[in-house]
Design a protein around this ligand. Sequence first.
Ligand code: HGY
Ligand code: MN
Ligand code: MN
Ligand code: MN
Length: 400
Amino acid sequence: MWRDLAPIGRDAGSRGYRRYAWTGADADCRAWFRAQAESRGLTHELDRNGNQWAWLGDPAAGDAVVTGSHLDSVPDGGAFDGPLGVVSAFAALDELRARGARLTNPLAIVNFGDEEGARFGLACVGSRLTAGQLTIEAAHKLRDGDGVTLPQAMEAAGYDPSAIGPDPERLARIGAFVELHVEQGRALDLTGDPVGIASAIWPHGRWRFDFRGEANHAGTTRLADRRDPMLTYAETVLAARREAELAGAVATFGKISVEPNGVNAIPSLVRGWLDSRAADQATLDTVVTGVEKAAREYAERHGIDLDVVRESFTPVVEFEDALRDELGAILGGAAERPVPVLGTGAGHDAGILSASIPTAMLFVRNPTGVSHSPAEYAAEDDCLAGVAALADVLEGLACR
Ligand code: HGY
Ligand code: MN
Ligand code: MN
Ligand code: MN
């Protein structure tokens, strides 16, 4: 199963993946998902937002147990972020069948579309639309770097964008959603456990900083006559690191666009995207406010115009105690010691859905903690432990 998926969307220039929403690589991933579903006799379904569902049992019966994750990636992404949750879901179903488990609830495996937001800049588009956390109007305005809108991209990929929107009826039929995901940190490496249970997702967001200066000749313009937005951007990047360190949070300017982007031209516009996350809302607010305040002081000093736009935001997610504790009881029974419970700074579809339905997450150990990089890794034994844990959880929840 893993071997069929591995070559899809692999960027020739690096060992990483480029599986962006509604591209050819995405279509190949979706074809892989459908083949895995149908080869197991599951009913493949595409919902109004282009998310894929593979059903065992009648969804209309309600109280379904759903597991899965996403197959899209960040630029030069790793092999595990997303795919590990989907592959483990199919493998856990195979394990349930091998055990002769008798399902009492409908079961579904899901591939949520466009979780990383690598193409249109907003994470979790498929799950946000389904959960009613992204309006149809806002979705229609999403545009990629070439100016292609989300509806145009969906249409070009053969999907009907006119149907997108909230899907409360679907969510009402789900009793529990459990997402397995490679850990994007080293907590499990430090505790020495292969599998952990998520307690919370930190509040996090993306802010776009537009620094406007004056295009001019790089060789003939005196330094004193320049209004160089790159300078202000650079100072703001340093301010972001300083504010994050002071607050015990994280902040990254990971994406930049420059106009006119010529080596010998002082830029007219520098756009920088800030991703910041913190364990609580107040700390996150302190960091972002501090970065913006510093940026405005630098802009003032260099005669630069500055606009700051919050492009996306996810409030803190506290996974529901009852389901989290039920997973702990299911997994704790077989283990010599309680399964660790850990928070994360990474966003997930489970975080979006937790506002609508009982949701939980399982993490699989990542020995280096590295993610959103070709170096992302999880050992085979730990992946197998994740499958066994997911199978135990699904059996506990769907075989009452
Ligand atoms: O950005 C995130 O935290 C997630 O991987 N989309
Ligand atoms: Mn990710
Ligand atoms: Mn992910
Ligand atoms: Mn996710």
